[in-house]
Design a binder for this molecule. Structure first.
Ligand code: NAD
Length: 250
């Protein structure tokens, strides 16, 4: 269904686990050469070996998205140009706004918003210098479009990511670089499985119109659409994949 991305180079940040590792495996299965980026080299080496054993092409890239020097140096010195960037690295701090420290706020904004910008800018500079067209997919969240309690910094970072996506799409369309945001709803991963199995988690699931959590594979169609030429006329979009959570009844 999707146009071919085999032979393209895709860089996925936050690829040492969770959704980032899922996206890296998916893109590798579609034939892309995948660069798995995160801070821990040993974890990335294991993930790359697993992808290679399944017949994919993968290499680790050690960087901290929140560190401008790390991003500029590592992306600037990559052996190959990047056709697809999946800006996935992200953190959240769950605290009441009254208890949120300056350090909490900075950590979340620096990783999710500044980190996404630094990566997009570094990759777009390379694309433009090489005359390459490409696709950038920023992993935002439905919390960039609506709010929930105890996640003020996270929601602000994701709303910023959605607006940044539109601003970059406007500036870079003329260079053939598409920039879109994918806004997942609640997706089951190792980190949240226990919470969703409990009473509070089950109550939350009952508020999702489809009455179920998303699975990482539920994001595959949207990710491949935005990364591949199937989405060639889509730029500046914020695509929610959330089982209808954003349209839940008020
Ligand atoms: P996760 O914690 O399992 O994975 C996050 C990854 O980002 C990890 O590999 C971590 O090492 C990496 N990372 C964090 N800070 C980094 C930094 N400074 N530099 C490089 N890498 C860094 O989380 P996840 O659930 O897989 O979430 C992935 C993305 O999807 C995040 O942006 C998150 O906000 C978003 N998201 C997740 C859900 C969900 O339900 N899981 C829903 C909406 C959006």
């Amino acid at each position: 269904m999707f146009e071919d991305i085999s032979g393209r180079t895709a860089l996925v940040t936050g690829a040492s686990g969770g959704l980032g590792l899922h996206f890296a495996r998916l893109l590798a299965r579609q034939g892309a050469n995948v660069l798995l980026a995160a801070r821990r080299g040993d974890v990335l080496e294991r993930a790359c070996a697993e992808i290679a054993a399944a017949g994919g092409k993968a290499a680790p890239v050690i960087l901290d998205v929140a560190d401008a020097h790390s991003v500029a140096e590592v992306v600037g010195n990559l052996a190959s140009d990047v056709d697809i960037l999946v800006n996935n690295a992200g953190i959240s701090v769950a605290k009441r706004a009254l208890d949120l420290s300056e350090a909490d706020w900075d950590d979340v904004i620096d990783t999710n918003l500044k980190g996404g910008f630094l990566m997009a800018q570094a990759v777009a500079r390379r694309m433009q210098a090489a005359g390459l067209e490409g696709a950038i997919v920023n992993i935002a969240s439905i919390l960039g479009l609506r709010v929930a309690g105890n996640l003020a910094a996270y929601a602000a970072s994701k709303a910023g990511t959605v607006q940044m996506t539109k601003a970059l799409a406007l500036e870079w369309a003329r260079h053939g670089i598409r920039v879109n945001a994918l806004c997942p709803g609640y997706i089951e991963t190792d980190l949240n499985r226990d919470f969703f199995a409990g009473e509070d988690g089950q109550a939350l699931i009952r508020r999702i119109p489809q009455r179920r959590l998303g699975q990482p594979t539920d994001l595959d169609g949207a990710l491949l659409l935005l990364c591949s030429d199937a989405g060639r006329y889509i730029t500046g979009a914020a695509l929610a994949v959330d089982g209808g959570h954003l349209v839940s009844s008020l």
